[in-house]
Write a protein that binds this ligand. Structure first.
Ligand SMILES: Cc1ncc(C[n+]2csc(CCOP(=O)(O)OP(=O)(O)O)c2C)c(N)n1
Ligand SMILES: [Mg+2]
Length: 377
């Protein structure tokens, strides 16, 4: 069945512009892209690739409890996120570093989150954070949050007005493993029932930790949503143009009030699931090499070279990515531990007497060690 799936792809593995038949209906969306946009796609994918490497290194050097690699998924993320408008809302899972970068968050806040310095990382209500909502580690649950949020947009009259600066949609990212969660099916039901402005963007990176996608689903995952009445498409997720064009179209449909849409982006998690995982225990080197040969950045670089981009541009991007990583490193090393009492600060949205009491107790308890230390010296 998978062999006959009509996948949307614009760029061949070698980086030549060779749209598949399924790509034709999306081709006009590429007309919106100028040369600067194409260069920005390459730049952002490269910067995030380097950021991801720095995150991995910093975790190994004891600077973070955990790191979640995004290596390999840059095209799926940069293309789709670039198709969103400022007023759209984004609900990520936990691997969407490139999406966060495109939406304008300071990605150091991802480091702060995974270091345990903050609870949420960034404030999604801060206008500088591009409506990029919090990372969600409870698999699939945020597809329900995204559906609820889209219901709100609908009820606030922000869908289908015909005004490009007003109409909004919600873009939710999740993984192949998440589709096995009941929450995702429930999100599909509610979204289809209310015809909410949702685009469900699945990054099928072939693995849910150590469980391969073929075990989780006997049919291609893009077919899943159709049983719920949600139109769907499968794309080459390592082709940034396919990711951009399909998301642009389906977000436009959602904003216009044509209901929820589903995109399955075929990609690969090249690194470990997280820094706590060792993928050599469950997958083969041959499989990894198959996907590394389909690297999204190498492919898009070849395309840009074909358009006439030269060494100077690629060197400039390399230096920018290095500088970006160096800046992340120095700011990470300068982070200070937050006061211990902050763990109680956001348990309730409003002040709570029990939390206040526990916070005071913990602060006194911690201070007692300092007092004991002073007595000894
Ligand atoms: C509700 C829930 N069940 C189990 C887990 C443990 N868990 C963390 S990541 C993961 C796999 C998710 O795979 P997928 O959705 O494909 O996303 P990917 O990590 O590949 O991006 C699981 C089972 C969890 N975090 N939440
Ligand atoms: Mg996965």
């Amino acid at each position: 069945m998978a062999e006959t799936t009509p996948t949307v792809q614009f760029l061949s593995v070698e980086g030549e512009f060779a749209p598949t038949e399924a790509a034709e209906e999306y081709a006009s969306y590429l007309d919106e892209l100028g040369e600067d946009d194409l260069r920005r796609f390459y730049r952002q994918m490269s910067v995030v690739r380097r950021f991801d490497l720095e995150g991995t290194n910093l975790q190994r050097q004891g600077q973070m409890a955990l790191w979640v690699p995004s290596h390999g998924q840059e095209a799926a993320q940069v293309g789709s996120a670039s198709a969103a408008r400022p007023q759209d809302h984004i609900f990520p899972s936990y691997r969407e570093h490139a999406v966060g970068l495109v939406r304008g968050i300071d990605v150091l806040s991802i480091v702060e989150l995974l270091r345990g310095n903050t609870h949420g990382g960034w404030d999604p209500t801060d206008p500088t954070n591009g409506n990029f909502h919090g990372y969600c580690l409870v698999i699939g649950s945020h597809t329900l949050h995204a559906t609820g949020y889209a219901m709100g947009l609908q009820r606030d009259g922000l869908v289908g007005t015909g005004d490009d600066s007003v109409d909004a949609a919600v873009l939710a990212y999740f993984g192949d493993g998440a589709t096995s969660q009941g929450d995702v099916s429930e999100a599909f039901v509610f979204s289809a029932s209310s015809q909410t402005p949702n685009v469900f963007f699945l990054q099928n990176n072939q693995w849910a930790i150590s469980v391969p996608v073929r075990v989780q689903s006997r049919t291609p995952l893009y077919l899943r949503s159709r049983g719920f009445g949600i139109p769907s498409v499968q794309i080459d997720g390592n082709d940034v143009l396919a990711s951009y064009a399909t998301t642009a179209k389906h977000l436009a449909d959602a904003r216009a009030g044509r209901g929820p849409q589903f995109i399955e982006a075929l990609t690969y998690r090249v690194g470990a699931h997280t820094s706590s995982d060792d993928p050599t225990k469950y997958r083969s080197n041959a499989e990894e090499q198959f996907w590394i040969a389909r690297d999204p950045i190498v492919r898009f670089g070849a395309y840009l070279r074909g358009l006439g981009e030269g060494d100077a541009f690629f060197e400039e991007v390399r230096v920018e990515a290095e500088d970006f990583a160096a800046d992340i490193r120095s700011r990470t090393l300068a982070l200070e531990a937050p006061p211990i009492g902050t763990i109680f600060d956001h348990v309730y949205s409003e002040p709570h007497p029990v939390m206040a009491e526990q916070k005071l107790w913990l602060e006194r308890y911690e201070a007692s060690f300092e007092a004991a230390e002073e007595d000894r010296s």
